[in-house]
Design a protein. Structure first.
Length: 115
């Protein structure tokens, strides 16, 4: 067991069974990627915490991290700018709300332009 595994044990104080295995919540969670037609993505702009620079955020993606990073890479390539994928959101440098919304809708996603 790792250094802080005891924090993930739910409700078990002590067990006398030598073969007892602790169940952690993150082992059972398998997130599957929804098809594009069922995704509800919001394309918004954000400036907070970025020294006044604008980034376009794509929020609301439900699926695996691999699929999210693939979508992020595709959007960065189509816009010709940099960006990243963090905390389940795609960050694209600059204000590309209209272009990204259009690209996502062409791919079959339910994308709406935020603020």
């Amino acid at each position: 067991m790792g250094k802080n595994d005891w924090k993930k044990r739910d409700g078990v104080v002590f067990s006398t069974n030598p073969n007892f295995r602790y169940d952690t919540a993150d082992e059972d969670e398998q997130v599957q990627t929804l098809p594009p037609s069922r995704q509800k993505l919001i394309v918004a702009i954000d400036r907070s915490g970025r020294a006044g620079k604008q980034v376009t955020l794509v929020k609301g993606f439900v699926g695996t991290d691999e699929d999210l990073s693939d979508l992020g890479k595709k959007l960065k390539t189509k816009c010709g700018v940099g960006g990243s994928v963090k905390d389940g959101e795609i960050l694209i440098q600059g204000d590309f709300r209209d272009k990204i919304t259009e690209l996502l809708q062409k791919d079959g996603y339910n994308a709406k332009r935020g603020n």
